[in-house]
Design a protein around this ligand. Structure first.
Ligand SMILES: C[S@@+](CC[C@H](N)C(=O)[O-])C[C@H]1O[C@@H](n2cnc3c(N)ncnc32)[C@H](O)[C@@H]1O
Length: 230
């Protein structure tokens, strides 16, 4: 679901992406947007049956922006990975020295992470970004969010961004990676690409953008939380 919506892909891949969209839409109901927006992930991981090829966004590698960030930061403190998928970003962040929690709304994804990384120091857990356990709120020195906001419908965008921002401790940082689209265009997802002005919501949530760059068809944001920071 990452870049797979773009031009230049083979007809079978485009057909698979279209099939996935139809599947997701069929699981979404208008009256329960939040529940239906997240309820299709677990069956998808289950249907993949531990084959990464069955998970459109999984490439069994950390996101390059996460690898780069981890290589250039001290790794002191606690980190959390939002919507951790198959765990590659979490492992890179933990290897950099952060005491790392990684959560996903999908039980199957979390069980898969634990199987892939049986000796990991990462605490993999099931949690819903829209119903965060109290002990996760406001305590992380580093929050990593890669392609989860874009996987949720635009109606939920502000709530999703507010929830991601709520994880950051005063003085902490966040790294956000999302498929981008120009302002003024309408996203047709999933994934629902994110525009620069939508990402301004992070500032509204108390974070300051330190760095904002494009990497291919993705936007990468590095943010700092001055909320409550002396
Ligand atoms: C497009 S995938 C990206 C996975 C991973 N971050 C990556 O880049 O490979 C989105 C992930 O977010 C998870 N997710 C979706 N909604 C969530 C929610 N409300 N709370 C926690 N995880 C969620 C999904 O289960 C899925 O693993």
């Amino acid at each position: 679901m990452g870049a797979s919506a773009g031009r230049g892909y083979s007809a079978p891949l485009r057909a698979a992406a279209q099939g996935l969209r139809e599947y997701i839409r069929s699981r979404m109901s208008a009256d329960l947007p939040r529940h239906s927006a997240v309820s299709w992930f677990d069956p998808l991981y289950q249907a993949a049956n531990r084959e990464a090829a069955g998970v459109p966004w999984a490439n069994l590698e950390a996101c390059p922006a996460v690898t780069e960030y981890a290589a250039s930061h001290s790794g002191a403190g606690r980190a959390v990975i939002v919507g951790c998928g198959l765990g590659d970003d979490a492992e890179v962040v933990a290897a950099a020295g952060y005491v790392t929690t990684a959560f996903d709304v999908s039980d199957e994804a979390v069980a898969w992470c634990r199987e892939r990384f049986p000796d990991s120091t990462v605490e993999y857990r099931v949690a819903d970004l829209f119903d965060l356990p109290e002990e996760l709120v406001g305590v992380f020195d580093l929050v990593v969010e890669v392609r989860t906001v874009q996987s949720l419908p635009p109606e939920l965008r502000d709530d999703a961004i507010d929830a991601v921002a709520s994880l950051v401790a005063p003085g902490g940082s966040a790294l956000v990676v999302a498929l981008s689209r120009p302002d003024g265009t309408i996203p047709s997802g999933p994934p629902w690409a994110v525009s620069p002005s939508e990402l301004n919501r992070f500032e509204h949530s108390g974070l300051t953008v330190l760095c904002h760059r494009s990497e291919g068809d993705h936007l990468v944001l590095e943010l700092f939380c001055s909320r409550g920071h002396e």
